[in-house]
Design a protein around this ligand. Structure first.
Ligand code: ZN
Length: 246
């Protein structure tokens, strides 16, 4: 009797283990990714590093004249950004990041976590280690990463045509060499200059208002007749008077 009970229990345990394995297998992410793989669905109210990773990827969808915080807390602004991202790619726009949303992000990112159409090298033709700016090298590099996701969003909004980066991160030495302002956001790694063609500088300045940049300088602003400058900043400075951007 006792031995029989043990045998039955053992069989039940094996069955349960098999069920568990099957469950774990089917619940696994639809696609493993070389950069980062999300392991749970994310929605408003959740917190964590996975939320923060999501916020970096949707930082280019904050809405007009807004900046999305990258703080690991999934609040209403993150939900709105996810909805705009989903709408931009024709996904069901429910503001919940699930497998379809993550698969789109996986398709958009390289193994080093940069979006497919931009690279660290492109955002830094000053040096290779991101040193010598106004912030630590790791901060400058991170700022550039967030900026690349904003650029990717703007690129998609403008018909997936090239955005031509002409200057981004600068060390103090590089900034001095090009006569940049002593307080230039290029020293922080969160500024990008974009040249004309295929888009006009005004198209770039106008569209940039939707993608998370508080500093936009373009045609009409001194020294910006051959590029549109976008950057992060604590307060809004939009000046491209020839384009109606102010
Ligand atoms: Zn600039």
């Amino acid at each position: 009797m006792f031995r029989r009970t043990v045998r039955v229990l053992a069989a039940l345990t094996l069955a349960a283990a098999a069920t568990l394995v099957a469950t774990v297998t089917t619940a696994a992410p639809a696609q493993a990714d070389g950069c980062y793989t999300w392991s749970r669905q994310l929605s408003e109210g959740m917190t964590g590093e996975d939320v923060r990773q999501l916020q970096i990827r949707v930082a280019g969808y904050p809405g007009y004249n807004a900046v999305l915080g990258v703080d690991g807390a999934f609040g209403p602004a993150t939900r709105s950004a996810v909805i705009r991202f989903q709408q931009a790619y024709g996904l069901g726009a429910d503001g919940i990041a699930g497998p379809l949303t993550f698969n789109k992000i996986y398709a958009l990112q390289d193994d080093d976590c940069t979006p497919v159409n931009f690279s660290y090298a492109e955002l830094n033709d000053c040096n290779s280690d991101w040193s010598g700016g106004a912030v630590s090298a790791s901060t400058a590099r991170f700022n550039a990463l967030v900026n690349m996701w904003k650029l990717q969003a703007m690129r998609h909004a403008l018909g997936d045509q090239q955005l031509r980066v002409t200057s981004a991160f600068r060390s103090h030495a590089c900034n001095n060499a090009v006569g940049g302002s002593a307080t230039s956001r290029h020293l922080y790694g969160d500024a990008v200059d974009i040249g004309a063609s295929p888009h006009s500088l005004c198209t770039l300045a106008q569209q940039a208002r939707n993608h998370g940049w508080r500093e936009i300088l373009g045609p009409g602003y001194p020294g910006h007749s051959d590029h549109t400058h976008v950057a992060h900043k604590s307060s809004r400075t939009w000046s491209a008077s020839s384009c109606g951007v102010s």
